[in-house]
Ligand binder design. Structure first.
Ligand code: SF4
Ligand code: FE
Length: 465
């Protein structure tokens, strides 16, 4: 298993075609807007080598016969799914943001199931590739969402809005199009391309799953901008070490050799990827987000203590509410994992109803949690001058006077980072749209809930049967 240092060094050997605001980035690893997001991913490697976390951060693989990093591991038991959510909470606490590696983990498990359904040839091809990934311990970006264009038109009517196969050769395929919202794309070794929707007969070119090197010829990445992201590396960063990352990945006639093509035209198996991934990733949010909220709750609790109001009943009640909402989300992530069932391929799948109820809450409760944090932090959250002024001979005294000192000012910046700075991307908008927008969960809840059983219980107790 790679160490954190080996992971970061290995990123330097890629020849990434990455752009920020029209400028090509020569050295992403040391770029002040990117490095914090690399540090977040590196934490997934670091925990695999620490005594306190090695049990959660690694697992025994039947494929390699060794322990592997959990982020390359197949869910081989309900405990694996519970451990995943527990590890995500620890990582959420350690980084205070998105550590980007779960999409690849959830995607490889979904693809194990889907390729099993697609038949032995595709499945063996996938398992061979996965075994190599477990040995090399590479970071995978799971690439699902297409641009989608006009929502009432099918993919075949507007092919440019979807990643698709444009040519089939004897030794592989050529793909063209974009994938959006790619968490950690510029920090990955490989992109695991997944189907972004459900397709019908005649739309086989879109029903595609494959692995592509992040620096393969024809792959271009555009870094997504986040609020205050230029502050990264400065005194006003808020979160000093860590950050998240989303990129757009553009595939310009990228060749993928057959051994890395896992689904090609199988619309049924492509639909399986979608539902399996959705379940896994919607319960993942029951781990990472509570970990982030622990940090936010801790920041405002510390501010309250430093200001001398921590025993005030109203303050206590607000901190209790933040905690209650946080544990509601975590409880659902754990429950979906505990109630998992085994797919015939061997992989365990979360309870779909609870996983979707988990994510549905994630589209709501974080807004209340951040609202309370902003309430507790006070107005200085939005009006505080730059922390660089603390070191100025004249302005330093003013800064100390208005903030109560650098310690409180730094905590305030952390709250700002998480509520509406660059950390608000994982804490607000990603909570809303990541792993599917709210309506996507309501559709699954509608389809999964046992309406017949519910009505039968009611009829029986009402004396109708
Ligand atoms: Fe992992 Fe959470 Fe980031 Fe998704 S949002 S990649 S589950 S940390
Ligand atoms: Fe996400």
């Amino acid at each position: 298993m790679k160490t954190a240092t080996e992971y970061i060094d290995s990123l330097r050997r890629r020849n990434l075609d990455l752009w920020i605001d029209g400028e090509r980035v020569d050295n992403p690893v040391d770029h002040h807007m990117i490095r914090p997001s690399i540090e977040s991913v590196a934490m997934t490697y670091r925990l695999a080598h620490l005594d306190e976390t090695v049990r959660l951060a690694t697992a025994h693989s039947e494929l390699t016969g060794t322990r592997v990093n959990r982020f390359t591991h197949l869910f081989a038991s309900p405990d694996d799914l519970v451990d995943k959510v527990s590890l995500q909470r620890i990582l959420g606490q350690a980084t205070g943001t998105c550590f980007q590696r779960c999409v690849g983990m959830d995607a490889l498990n979904a693809l194990f199931i889907a390729t099993w359904e697609a038949g032995p040839e595709k499945h063996e091809r996938f398992v061979k590739w996965l075994t190599e990934v477990q040995v090399s311990d590479e970071m995978l970006c799971g690439a699902m969402t297409d641009a989608k264009g006009h929502r009432r038109k099918r993919a075949a009517e507007q092919p440019d809005a979807f990643l698709r196969i444009v040519e089939r050769r004897a030794d592989g395929i050529v793909v063209r199009g974009a994938k959006l919202h790619q968490t950690g794309g510029a920090n990955a070794h490989q992109i695991l391309v997944l189907p972004g929707g459900t397709y019908r007969e005649g739309e086989e070119d879109f029903a595609l799953a494959a692995a592509v090197r992040a620096d393969a010829p024809g792959v271009t990445m555009l870094l997504g901008r986040q609020p205050s992201d230029k502050r990264r590396g400065s005194p006003d960063a808020g979160n000093f070490t860590f950050g998240g990352q989303e990129v757009v990945v553009w595939f310009e006639d990228v060749f993928i050799p057959t051994e890395h093509v896992f689904l090609d035209g199988d619309v049924t198996a492509a639909a399986t990827v979608l539902t399996a991934f959705a379940g896994f990733h919607r319960s993942s949010y029951g781990g990472c987000k509570p970990g982030n909220f622990d940090v936010l709750t801790g920041a405002v609790a510390q501010l309250a203590e430093d200001c001398g109001v921590s025993r005030h009943a109203a303050v206590r009640d607000k901190l209790i509410e933040m905690t209650h909402l946080t544990e509601t989300i975590h409880g659902l992530g754990l429950a979906a994992s505990h109630k998992s069932t085994q797919h015939v391929s061997g992989v365990w799948q979360v309870d779909p109803l609870l996983a979707n109820v988990c994510k549905q809450n994630v589209t709501r409760l974080p807004y209340e949690i951040t609202r309370i944090a902003e309430d507790l932090a006070g107005g200085l959250l939005a009006t505080m001058p730059g922390l660089g002024s603390f070191d100025h001979p004249k302005l330093g005294a003013i800064m100390n006077n208005i903030t109560g000192g650098k310690r409180r000012a730094k905590l305030m910046r952390l709250v700002e980072y998480m509520t509406y700075g660059s950390g608000a991307v994982p804490l607000r908008i990603e909570c809303m749209h990541g792993a599917g927008s709210p309506q996507a969960q309501r559709i699954v809840i509608e389809r999964t809930a046992d309406w017949t059983g519910r009505m039968a219980s009611a009829r029986k107790l009402a004396g109708l049967e």
